[in-house]
Design a protein around this ligand. Structure first.
Ligand code: 8P5
Length: 470
């Protein structure tokens, strides 16, 4: 297992393995926050309305071959105009909170300069619609839709983008901070940096390892600067960042597996956890990437800025990484393998114990910072039946199993404070387009009709206090 210095945190009691039984909301602390999550580009549509400027995802999805079926977010699920209806859906589910993201290109169409009042007005109306229904708004400032003009000026590999992000955060704080008291600066900087600038699988579609490392740094620098901007303007706000984290396990116990685990745990988890929560890059991973970049972009005070005190860490959990040394020992190449477990429509193995493992690991290694599950969910190929219902038993099993793992983590001493199901409704699933459905509410993408799936009814019953089997 990766060698972490033990920061002497609470001894997390060992818990029995995945036990099956009954689960209810009562297995969590009474003040626990229950919600659903979405993001702007995935649901809003209206990409040319209300003064919105183009984002890198508008450009990327318009590039042939980048997104399945040539799908894009131009229409999405029309949340920009259907937000009242969708707020009613959330109220019907009985959620306490709604995690959405603010589209930077709606607030500043070119990524800098004066705000676009129509964009501010939309999110103000959305926040009021939530508050009217007793739903607490949680706002993510950046969920991947960078204004295209900033990409044209260098994008996240450029330090200036971090400064533009802090200015944008200040505008959002000024506009919504009187009613929004929960902010997430970034969603999954790992994806923004390594999929956007490393593999090119996500917008802006660049494949340049050194640029990806610079992007990761400037995303985290922007996070730290945005925390300062939020604290200055909304002193009573709860501020965090969301990281997609993975437990990493060796495929076997043969030669070289431990180093494969260390490498992937380093690049997937510690490359972001350590700067944000400890104020330093992990030394072993700095060595691993030295052949790609000397990190010359890191300025003296950066890590102190990045290590801004937080009120919570958002954790997105979907699956575990299982790794083995690559075919060429000594090259550092790593193979990702699977164990033949059931998989979701994304091909991700269903592994609820991985949620327990990653939550307890973060608390054990990084201390008692409150954690919030800002995303957890599964894609399955759902269909509306002749009777108008959507039976999605595998998604119910997924959610129940992961909530049971979350309850185990709470019993083990993890300071878990909330859970947001991904996602409220089927939406634009990035490079997969509309082919992958994560919603607990089904959307007919032709008619925009919303149909609460069995999993949505199950979640509503769970939130109402019903006990459920898992
Ligand atoms: N190569 N490769 N990729 C493997 C890693 C991809 C990880 N993707 C996520 O975590 C995204 C997160 C996102 O916030 C949300 O906007 C997405 O809809 C969900 C579902 O996909 C998850």
């Amino acid at each position: 297992m990766p060698d972490h210095q033990d920061l002497g945190h609470r001894d997390l009691q060992n818990q029995p393995d995945h036990d099956h039984g009954a689960l209810s909301r009562g297995d969590f602390p009474p003040e626990f926050t229950w919600g659903v999550a979405t993001s702007s580009y995935q649901i809003e549509g209206a990409t040319s309305e209300g003064g919105r400027g183009p984002s890198i995802w508008d450009t990327f999805s318009a590039t042939p071959g980048r997104v399945v079926d040539g799908d894009n977010g131009d229409v999405a699920v029309e949340h920009y105009r259907r937000y009242q209806q969708d707020a009613d859906l959330m109220a019907g589910l009985g959620v306490d909170a709604y995690r959405f993201s603010v589209a930077w290109p709606r607030i500043q169409p070119t990524g800098s300069g004066p705000v676009n009042q129509a964009g501010v007005d939309f999110y103000s109306r959305l926040v009021d619609a939530l508050l009217e229904r007793g739903i607490t708004p949680w706002a993510t400032l950046y969920h991947w839709d960078l204004p295209q003009p900033l990409e044209d000026l260098g994008g996240w590999p450029s330090r200036d983008t971090a400064y533009r992000f802090a200015e944008y955060a200040a505008h959002v704080a000024d506009a919504l901070g009187d009613r929004v008291k929960h902010f997430i600066t970034l969603n999954e900087p790992w994806c923004s940096a390594f999929l956007g600038y490393g593999s090119g699988r996500h917008a802006p579609g660049r494949s340049d390892g050194a640029a990806a490392l610079a992007a990761a740094h400037h995303l985290m620098l922007g996070h730290g600067l945005a925390v300062q901007a939020l604290r200055e303007r909304v002193p009573d706000a709860q501020v965090g960042i969301t990281l997609n984290l993975y437990p990493v396990t060796g495929a076997h116990d043969g030669h070289g597996v431990d180093d494969a685990v260390r490498r992937i745990d380093g690049l997937s988890n510690r490359w972001f956890l350590d700067p944000v929560l400890r104020g330093a890059y992990p030394k072993d991973v700095v060595e691993d990437v030295a052949h790609i970049s000397d990190l010359a972009f890191v300025a003296d005070a950066d890590l102190e800025t990045i290590n801004a005190p937080l009120d919570f860490l958002g954790v997105n959990y979907y699956t575990r990484h299982v790794v083995a040394p690559g075919a060429f020992p000594g090259t550092g190449l790593v193979e990702f393998t699977d164990r033949g477990l059931p998989t979701t429509a994304m091909g991700w193995e269903v592994d609820a114990d991985g949620l327990f493992d990653i939550l307890t690991r973060v608390t054990r290694d990084y201390g008692d910072l409150p954690l919030v599950m800002t995303e957890n969910g599964a894609a399955f190929d759902d269909e509306v039946g002749a009777d108008g219902t959507v039976h999605d038993p595998r998604r119910i099993d997924f959610l129940a199993g992961h909530l049971a793992a979350a309850a185990r983590a709470v019993r083990a001493g993890v300071p878990l404070r909330g859970y947001f199901a991904w996602s409220l409704m089927d939406n634009f699933e990035w490079a997969e387009g509309y082919a992958k459905r994560f919603g607990i509410v089904h959307v007919d993408f032709d008619t925009q009709e919303r149909t609460v799936k069995d999993s949505g009814r199950w979640y509503a019953a769970f939130l109402a206090g019903d006990r459920t089997q898992y």
